[in-house]
Design a protein around this ligand. Structure first.
Ligand SMILES: Nc1ncnc2c1ncn2[C@@H]1O[C@H](COP(=O)(O)OP(=O)(O)OP(=O)(O)O)[C@@H](O)[C@H]1O
Ligand SMILES: [Mg+2]
Length: 195
């Protein structure tokens, strides 16, 4: 067994050529509450990964779901944050456009949660995903992604423009969301200036 990561909520490891994502107990929560939360998140994540896949978004195939564990397809490849360029950003835009068209908000849209495998971009980590067609929810999704471009890449303006080009190609409501992202950014700036 090879440990991939151990974040706040889950342990992810490769096991028998598959990926095993296990939600671990949080001792600060009452036992029954903790178990309920972990069961709900596990079930919800597996469901949203499959929903996205059904809408044509590449995600890992789910092999098995138990109370706190998801066994899924191991995607051999690189996290997008390590290989990002303008062309890939346009393709990420097309992908997120399709995701939002299908009514899904990812909830943690970062370039660590995308894997380039055999030339295809896959979305993973749907633990915080949900169905929502509101401008604000979609805007926050895109805003979070732009923040990861800004914190990890110098040529972020070109990456953002490429993303928008792809996003507008696959999602009719894209312009309104891009406007909202600008509003969310200026809210953030206003808050920082006032601190
Ligand atoms: N199906 C997969 N194939 C290959 N690598 C994976 C797969 N799933 C996860 N990984 C790797 O493990 C890392 C952590 O997985 P994931 O993002 O699902 O968990 P997490 O960020 O700890 O979860 P959460 O945010 O729900 O607590 C990913 O960034 C990726 O590098
Ligand atoms: Mg993650």
């Amino acid at each position: 067994m090879n440990l991939k990561t151990s974040g706040a909520e889950a342990i992810v490891r490769s096991c028998d050529g598959h990926i095993l994502k296990q939600r671990i107990p949080k001792r600060y929560r009452i036992k029954e509450v903790d178990e309920q939360i972990r069961r709900d998140r596990t079930k919800s994540e597996a469901k949203m990964i499959s929903e996205a896949r059904r809408s044509g978004i590449p995600t890992p195939v789910i092999y098995d779901v138990t109370d706190y564990d998801i066994r899924m397809e191991y995607l051999e490849g690189a996290q997008l944050k390590h290989v990002l360029d303008v062309d890939l950003c346009k393709r990420i835009g097309e992908l997120v456009g399709r995701l939002h068209t299908s009514g899904i908000v990812h909830g943690d849209l970062t370039t660590s949660n995308m894997i380039l495998s055999q030339g295809k971009i896959y979305l993973i980590d749907f633990g915080l995903a949900y169905f929502d067609r509101n401008t604000e929810a979609r805007g926050v999704d895109v805003h979070v992604l732009f923040q990861t471009f800004e914190s990890t890449h110098e040529e972020h303006d070109a990456l953002i423009n490429a993303f928008i080009e792809g996003y507008e190609k696959t999602f009719d409501g894209a312009k309104e969301i891009v406007q909202r992202v600008k509003a969310i950014e200026s809210r953030g700036r206003y808050r920082t200036e006032r601190l």
